[in-house]
Write a protein of this length. Structure first.
Length: 306
């Protein structure tokens, strides 16, 4: 039992009273008497030890604490309502898997293939949410995650789906056509575009191709998502270091060009994981088996624990 949490009825009464700034209108909305609303609010204030309303003659006005608390409680009640409706909507139509994914992998690789999974398993609904940083499953609503890294997270079970492979310097074809034949040294003088979640990528490329710890490796704007990075490169803003697997269409259509065919190798890859307690759940197992089948020609993904 969570002893610090007031009962739900009191919070609903307070939220209505705060929204209307009127005990009378809150009572009408909730089909209660005005005295019942007054008692619920007074009981809540006594429990919290904080005044939520100022009583001014026949009016009530939220205190600053009351206004802030009302905004937070409103969000929480809306979340409870949304989660309840989502659960009710799933009656009789199978299971839901809440999946956290890295954004560009989701948009460029996963989502175009999801219709295959839907046709195979119409009884499983997959909800996708973006997460770019590691998180604890115990502090999140997620059942599973697909993320980029070097190993499974501690306390999880899962598999390496496939390694990302090499990243190459790419830019607008117009930017390459205006430049003299490029070398690592001359490319380093071009505007460099960075991914904020991989801040050392250009520094690693510089070291791999004989430029050492050149300060030019950290110059240039940073973007949070690969989609932003590729858009900046397409717009001629500079050279981006991007995994070939994520820009295959742009390279094939010549919307992006390889500025210099000197890749940066990586042994990191995309992992599918679930917490230990959920790794045997049937929706996760079904998704795992299907994802493995989507990467023919690659070594079979092996199950590992963290």
């Amino acid at each position: 039992m969570r002893k610090g949490i007031p009962n739900l009825a009191a919070l609903q009464v307070f939220e209505a009273a705060a929204r209307h700034e009127s005990f009378t209108r809150a009572a009408d909305e909730l089909a209660l008497t005005q005295s019942a609303v007054c008692r619920q609010v007074a009981s809540l204030e006594n429990r919290l030890g904080v005044a939520l309303f100022l009583r001014i003659k026949k009016r009530v006005v939220l205190t600053p604490h009351g206004r802030h608390y009302a905004a937070q409680i409103r969000k929480s009640l809306e979340r409870i309502e949304r989660d309840t409706l989502e659960l009710m909507a799933q009656r009789g139509i199978g299971r839901v898997l809440e999946l956290a994914v890295v954004p560009t992998f989701a948009s460029q690789w996963l989502i175009p293939r999801l219709p295959q999974f839907r046709a195979l398993r119409p009884d499983i609904t997959i909800n996708l949410s973006i997460r770019t940083e590691p998180f604890l499953f115990s502090d999140s609503p997620f059942d599973a995650a697909i993320y980029f890294g070097h190993a499974v997270w501690p306390g999880t079970q899962g598999k390496l789906l496939f390694r990302e492979g090499s990243a190459v310097p790419v830019c607008s074809p117009a930017l390459v056509s205006r430049a003299a034949p490029l070398t690592p040294a001359t490319l380093a003088d071009m505007p460099l575009l960075h991914l904020s979640t991989r801040p050392d990528a250009w520094r690693d490329w510089f070291r791999a191709h004989g430029l050492g710890d050149d300060a030019r490796a950290v110059r240039g704007p940073r973007y949070e998502l690969f989609t932003m990075l590729s858009s900046a490169a397409l717009s001629g803003m500079g050279v981006a270091l991007m995994p070939e697997i994520l820009i295959a269409d742009e390279l094939a259509s010549q919307r992006l060009a390889v500025a210099l065919d000197l890749p940066l190798a990586s042994d990191a890859g995309y992992y599918l994981v679930a917490p230990d307690a959920g790794a045997q759940d049937e929706p996760f197992v079904a998704l795992s088996e299907w994802l493995t089948s989507c990467v023919p020609g690659l070594p079979e993904a092996s199950v590992v624990s963290g």
